[in-house]
Design a protein around this ligand. Sequence first.
Ligand code: MSP
Length: 591
Amino acid sequence: MRSPCRVLTRVGAALRLSGHALHGRPPRVYGIHDRQASQCSKPYYITTPIFYVNASPHIGHVYSAVTADCLHRYKLLKGYNSRFATGTDEHGLKIQQAASNAGKEPLSFCTEISESFKHVFQRCSISYTDYIRTTEQRHTRAVEDFWMVLQSKGFLYKGTYEGWYSTPDESFLTPAQVTDGTDSEGRRIKVSSESGHKVEWMKEDNYMFRLSDFRTEVLRWLRSNPKVIRPVKFHDLVLQWLEDDDIPDLSVSRQKSRLQWGIPVPGDPEQTIYVWLDALVNYLTVVGYPQNHAQWWTAVHHVVGKDILKFHAIYWPAFLMAAGLPLPRMIYVHSHWTVEGKKMSKSLGNVINPLDAIEKFSADGLRYFLLRQGVPDSDCDYYDDKVVKVCNSELADALGGLLNRCTAPSLNPAQLYPRFSNTCFPKEENCGKAVSDDYRMMEAVSALPVVVERHFENLNIYKALEAISACVRLTNRFVQRHAPWKLDRKEDQQWLDTILHVSLECLRMYGILLQPVVPGLAHKILSRLGVAPEERSWDSLNFLRRYEGGDCVLEGRALGPDLGVLFGRLERSPVKRKTPKMATTQDEGKS
Ligand code: MSP
């Protein structure tokens, strides 16, 4: 028997999610359910990288955020007490220069762009629970404290850094990481071999962190936790860096004369803390460091793009080891989006503004495309026609068509959740009206939650969506095979109801499973089926209980009133549409 506490947890999670889908903004006020949930369910803490405020948000940023949002929503469905942090990275030379180029005072420059990230996230249904800006007081206090711990433990020393620095990457590079390149005017310059960004030679007195002391320990951590960085390709890459490359001590401050826009080194105002040390500590600030952070900190999972792997998989674990804090539970790494085969860049003018994409495809359309096509292992290419194609075939036609057909008033005039008949669909094959392919479909849909769970846990969200999409196709074939619109109402009513019951049960599964990916569409599906908010958690994935001889609480219940199409077909031409088309009639019977 479930404990009442467990039930409340699920209710809290479902309410939080459905409220979100309805209002499209992060829940800020935690109600009674949430408080009860937080007392008795397992903590999960997921983060995005904090975004630089030197430029406006683009779809690459949104991809990091949507990935983390999906995992957060998934964990809530599973009954975890999940916390999801995102925010903006506002200090450092790069931001100092961007503000100065814009002729603005740094803080108001940062506030403007930080607000634009918040706005994009709200439009994209990013349900973060915490938003952090590194210019906040609480963060300064956390960074100062963290610094003093490193210092008191003897891991910082005053030294001279002489070597390469890339301002666009805010990164120190060894000679092996630098190569020849040319600038926009064809002049020969030195660039980072990884990012292609310009590097400069610098020589400065500053504070150094004893990174080299941690090489063996970080290696040991990675070797004894072979799944801590996913996909495994990136785990292997970090191992290779640590095994092959020189890991020198790291400069963790800059002279104030060069960098004013940052947090001063405690006790030495002539030095400013290195922006990556400052930025990484944001993950601790969010959970209240240096006080009461332990419960959340041990549940931390990071989502990062491949370009910032070194900072999260080498520097960050080393800093945490030095400070005596637990290491991340998981680092999920994703690759990058290119646009029509080219790197996204301001100079090429091919940066995709997420607000434009949302206007054309809706938030759910964009989210579905990014998560369906985004393969963490390798770079993915974005172009508008591909979004149209994926959304039309999988959301509008396959899923929307299935929902429309199976809830059509012409097939179901009473608009009640139809009844299942064991005589028509018995446990033994060849004894009723169901045919062998129907049983195969049923097996595939029953197994779907386990398949989806495995893929979500491994950050293979695209594989989870592939599996759901394959089942949707099977269900469409099931409906097509039995063509309920051709059945005789008097003689075949039981079989007609059974076909519809099975189809709606399939749709209920897809609706529940799709909530982390397309919360708005999932809400529409489940509401149309009459599924209440507290019946939408992972525990409710009890497919076709009537077949097993159990009860189905939905049988006989009124369907939801919204007869509109689930997802209006998108145009291929670059015509902008504000909202998906609404149908006025049902298109039952169409394939
Ligand atoms: N501020 C640092 C992160 C500090 S975290 C302690 C930073 N910011 S960023 O704005 O440049 O990048 C934020 C995220 O966006 C990273 O995960 C990065 O990989 C991701 N992306 C930036 N461009 C991208 C694409 N073209 N495609 C996919 N993701 C990309 O790095």
